[in-house]
Design a protein around this ligand. Sequence first.
Ligand code: NAD
Length: 378
Amino acid sequence: MDDGSTQNFNSLRVQHNDALGPFKGGIRFGPGVSLDEVKALAMWMTWKTALVGVPFGGAKGGIICDPKRFSKRELEALSRGYVQQFVEYIGPDKDIPAPDMYTNAQIMAWMLDEYEKLTGHHVPGAFTGKPVELGGIRTRESATGYGGAVVVQQVARLLKMKPKSTSVAVQGFGNVGHSAAQFLFDAGYKIVALSDSQGAIYNKKGLNPAAAMTCKIEKGKIAECYFAGSVVNGSKSGVISNDELLELDVDILIPAALENQITAKNAEKIKAKAVVELANGPTTPEADKILQQKKTTVVPDVLANAGGVVASYFEWVQNSYGYYWTDEEVYDKLSDILVKAFGRVLGKSGEHKADMRTGAYLLAVGRVAKAIELRGGI
Ligand code: NAD
């Protein structure tokens, strides 16, 4: 620590399954990080990578600590300490960590540097989510939102919705929600509602996500951005609550904030024709059943927010052969993978007369099981 003392922090790495390729998953820092949470998230990664067909398994890691208390130097020491503990388990063909909650590109840079010092050679593919200067991918920040927008466009096509007349509400105007809203706005969709942790705004005629972000940065919260001429051209937006946003009469609802937002309490009141889960776990199992009965199309998180892990896969591929693609190439390849995955999930759920979540899990678990079987493991 900066005062010269030494403190120990419990660190975790869970490797769930590597039948399809090296383990892959983020490292989160936080006081509430627990082994059970990290185990569950590692399993989620196994299904997500298998579903979209990138050659990885599933893992997750974490350090139980309060990262907001640390100076930059202490954070660096903590990040390097993590690698010192786990160096023999990490590597581009073993286990590839990435950023997650309260970790970022700078932390990946420290971790990569420590890993290369300990192993004695350059291995940029040992971590993804690195700074661009160290072999990171420029589009990583927007990849999850971009992938979400690709999935929304597939849903719109499926439900025969035209972009101009398709209204979209986005819960959570952070990294993922903001980029998804922006890509959809650019594709001609009507973004009618946006929210952050402190409230929401709604305008039937549509909002401009770029103007909304400028205003949110200036005012500190989206609910302050309702006045005429701010985020809509000339007309006023209304301030609504986060609960009201979820229950709006819109075509597509995108939860992009937290888990457990659509529950047994509000599922009956959800009017959207489709819910595209960009957050992890926004719908509880009870709510899922209700939405199914109401014939709401729900695109599960493992498919809808897989854009981020696909971009990480591209980063790893580029690192391994030292050749870097243009942003356009990355977006095209990402779109191709997600459109195909969407089609396969739809096919599987149709085959089993099941919802898309069941279809997605049938595919993902089936692929992992087949790989284990081929390896002689069953
Ligand atoms: P973020 O912290 O950048 O943004 C989260 C946003 O949600 C913030 O604007 C916050 O104000 C808002 N929010 C918090 N509580 C809210 C509430 N009750 N109602 C409305 N808004 C609320 O996080 P992010 O990276 O955009 O991640 C969002 C979700 O997407 C998480 O569930 C995350 O696990 C998931 N996800 C992210 C990625 C990625 O690449 N970042 C990849 C896959 C999944």
